[in-house]
Design a protein around this ligand. Structure first.
Ligand code: 5GP
Length: 213
């Protein structure tokens, strides 16, 4: 018997960082390698960028639709980020947890804080730092999905985001993709193994002890 047995309580793995620190690539790889991990696809009021796919990267909605969803209490959390609104839809998260799956969130510090308050047993917060602000700028320019003034605003926002990394459970610098990926995967594996998430352990150990008595 292994800790793959149900019932278990899923992990809400929240990964935050300033944009350009490499979080999206790390999250995509983690998802590709772990079938039980499901991405929480956020809703956003911002416009779609070249290369993005609607309903894979985000659900793109109007301001009115976003407001309607807030009024219906359809978000586990939502926040204003860089002048647009972003939120994590509640229903797919509840479904995943009920089925013993884990959920990955690629969200900002405000969302991380709110989920940690609402789900203290399940939330694990990871913050990924860029090697430097210069390197962050270089990555944003290379990615060149945003206009220059947007990049400048993102650098300023990065500073604000980094100020909150002290609230996170795990923090590391992404200066090498493979090393950072190993770090993230180790965190995920260790968190999955926590006894409080593996509810099958109690009945299993009870049965085991009966065998030897
Ligand atoms: P971007 O527009 O570059 O895709 O995302 C901007 C920021 O919003 C990123 O830090 C991203 O992680 C964050 N974000 C994306 N979705 C959500 C969400 O559902 N909730 C919160 N709080 N932040 C989000």
């Amino acid at each position: 018997m292994s800790n793959e047995h149900t019932p278990r309580r899923g992990v809400l793995l929240i990964v935050a960082s300033p944009s350009g620190a490499g979080k999206t690539s790390l999250c995509r790889r983690l998802m590709a390698d772990h079938g039980r991990l499901e991405l929480s696809v956020s809703m956003t009021t911002r416009g779609i960028r070249p290369g993005e796919v609607a309903d894979r990267d985000y659900h793109f909605v109007s301001d009115a639709e976003f407001q309607r969803l807030i009024d219906e209490d359809a978000f586990l959390e939502w926040a204003d980020v860089h002048g647009n609104r972003y939120g994590s839809p509640r229903a797919p998260i509840d479904r995943a947890l009920a089925e013993g799956r884990d959920v990955l969130f690629d969200i900002d510090w405000q969302g991380a804080r709110d989920i940690a308050v609402k789900c203290p047993e399940d939330a694990v917060r990871v913050f990924i730092l860029p090697p430097s602000l210069e390197e962050l700028r270089r990555r944003l320019v290379t990615r060149s999905q945003d206009a220059e003034d947007v990049i400048e605003r993102r650098i300023q926002n990065a500073k604000g985001e980094i100020e909150h990394c002290g609230d996170f459970d795990y923090v590391f610098v992404n200066d090498d993709f493979d090393r950072s990926y190993a770090e993230l995967a180790h965190i995920y594996h260790a968190e999955r193994s926590r006894r409080r998430r593996n509810l099958w352990v109690d009945s299993y150990t009870a049965a085991l002890l009966k065998e030897v008595v």
